[in-house]
Design a binder for this molecule. Structure first.
Ligand code: NAD
Length: 510
């Protein structure tokens, strides 16, 4: 019998677990429509207290320069999270409607294994200070020694969506804290409990100083916008929709925000002529996983005309075999979508697909049989889709696949790239070299060959085009949470130079 998690209702501001000035709001289980519990609802004043606390912790403590202390704190947080891993699992199944099987991978266990460890270890190896050596500067007529320092950006507003809430949060927190920033975390209103749990664990089980991490839950998305507007916040690290990402870019311009934006996608799988067709078609099941609520989900499947009928027949068999079901059941792949609003949005796309002339082969907009409660959508297979149709261009974020025929390889590449998005993609081929060659031609930030997925804390992840700006994870992600400071001073004797290159006293202490 699964352990029932005790949900944390309070937010965490300046080291204390607190109520919200706007009262509380309900967190609903999308599989049952039952209220799981109430959570603190922040007012704008609550958000500003959190921002002030983060600012103070950054400006008035040595958090940003004490590397060893930060490393210790990340280890403490890792242990605290591992201590409640099974409670977190139940919580994520309950509040995100995530199928249990997926919590053993990308929803929980995978990020928990490396999202704090990787940046924690990188603290030791990171080039915090690099010497450029001496140069003759004609203006002063003297030799100058130059150095480059990397420093934390400052206060980071971390804004998170509901589909992989813990995964996104822990990657943001890991990188932002390892680099010495302080954070105000704003979870999505649909999935607040994993974040309030994190807040409690930080307050009660780690030495992370008050104000370094604040967790602000709010039912009103515009409370999150206070982060974008505040001159006390240096950077926004946002994962969510492209529409909100654009708004953050626009609103953040006034205070010249540093931006890291992980946005939507409409990724394609290209099944090449030389591919194993069964394996290629299997990639078509991806939109059913977690009911298609994955940004990198390949929701367009491109089949060569020469093998189109055969591929469609395999896909039809696959889709007829997937039924949405209880996310608690370890055999479930396709759980509910997050809310009634999302469900009706997805159904609207299905209706539009039919209206624009795509052929509905499996599924549809009507409710699935036997599921009277919960926000379920039938796994839906559209074939004979033209890439100009709405269902091939817009992110549906539901269990809907668009199958598109292509004439030749150039045509396939053109279709795959004919999208405002550029987050991910897949190439299926009988030859690795061939697959890699086609992957090179695709305008997307993350490519898999023959179904391989390489997500992890050491791998940069992010989008081309409207899929975002910047990269999460890897050293590229780490870089993004730092500013670059170049320092020059008159060249000195060898002995003095070595002392100087050892860095300022506070950095050397780290
Ligand atoms: P969303 O953009 O509606 O909301 C994301 C977060 O932003 C939520 O916390 C929300 O409360 C907050 N928010 C909304 N308006 C805001 C504003 N004006 N200012 C500041 N914060 C605001 O997205 P969602 O519906 O929660 O999540 C689904 C989207 O996230 C999809 O488009 C999906 O592709 C994307 N996503 C992208 C990635 C990635 O890595 N590229 C990962 C997961 C999800």
């Amino acid at each position: 019998m699964a352990e029932h998690p005790r949900f944390e209702s309070k937010m965490m501001i300046d080291g204390a677990l607190v109520d919200g000035q706007a009262g509380t709001f309900s967190n609903v289980n999308p599989a049952t429509e039952e209220v799981l519990g109430e959570v603190a609802d922040a007012s704008a004043a609550d958000m500003h207290r959190a921002i002030d606390a983060a600012r103070r912790a950054f400006d008035d403590t040595d958090w940003s320069v004490d590397h060893k202390f930060r490393q210790r704190c990340l280890v403490q947080l890792q242990q605290a999270l591992e201590g409640e891993q099974e409670k977190l699992r139940e919580e994520l199944i309950a509040e995100a409607g995530c199928p249990r099987a997926i919590t053993y991978g990308p929803q929980l266990d995978a990020p928990l294994s490396d999202a704090l460890r990787f940046p924690g270890q990188l603290i030791d190896d990171y080039p915090w200070e690099t010497s450029l050596g001496d140069a003759f500067v004609s203006v002063t007529g003297a030799n100058t020694t130059r150095m480059v320092w990397r420093e934390a950006v400052g206060v980071v507003g971390a804004i998170v969506p509901w589909n992989f809430p813990f995964e996104v949060t822990i990657h943001k927190i890991g990188q932002a804290l390892a680099t010495g920033n302080t954070v105000v975390l704003k979870p999505a209103p649909d999935t607040p409990f994993n974040a309030t749990r994190l807040g409690r664990l930080i307050a009660e089980n780690t030495d992370i100083p008050a104000g370094v991490v604040n967790v602000v839950t709010a039912s009103d998305p515009l409370i999150g916008e206070e982060l974008t507007l505040s001159p006390k916040v240096d950077m926004i690290s946002f994962t969510g929709s492209t529409a909100v990402g654009k708004r953050i870019m626009e609103k953040g311009a006034a205070t010249m925000k540093r931006l890291f934006l992980e946005l939507g996608g409409k990724s394609a799988t290209i099944v090449l002529e030389d591919a194993d067709l069964g394996l290629g078609a299997m990639m078509g099941i991806a939109p059913c996983v977690h009911a298609g609520q994955g940004c990198a989900n390949p929701t367009r499947l491109l089949l060569p005309r020469s093998r189109y009928a055969e591929g469609v027949a395999i896909l039809q068999g696959i889709y007829e075999g997937v039924a949405p079901g209880d996310p608690q059941d370890p055999a479930t792949l396709c759980g509910p979508v997050i809310s009634a609003k999302q469900r009706s949005r997805i159904r609207g796309y299905i209706d539009k697909g039919i209206a624009e002339g795509a052929k509905l082969l499996v599924g549809g907009a009507e409710p699935p049989d036997g599921l009277d409660r919960g926000f379920f959508v039938k796994p839906t297979l559209f074939v004979d889709v033209d890439n100009s149709m709405t269902i091939a261009q817009e992110e549906i974020f539901g269990p809907v696949l668009a199958v598109i025929p292509y004439d030749d390889e150039n045509h396939a590449v053109r279709i795959a790239n004919d999208s405002v998005y550029g987050l991910a993609g897949n190439v299926m081929s009988g030859s690795l070299e061939h697959g890699l060659a086609v992957a090179k031609r695709l305008r997307a930030g993350f490519l898999g060959i023959n179904g391989a997925a390489g997500y992890g804390a050491d791998t940069p992840f992010g989008g081309y085009k409207a899929s975002g700006v910047g990269r999460q994870n890897g050293t590229a992600g780490f870089d993004q949470y730092t500013e670059i400071k170049s320092v020059a001073f008159p060249a000195v004797s060898e002995a003095r130079r070595r002392r100087a290159e050892a860095g300022p006293p506070n950095q050397a202490a780290g």
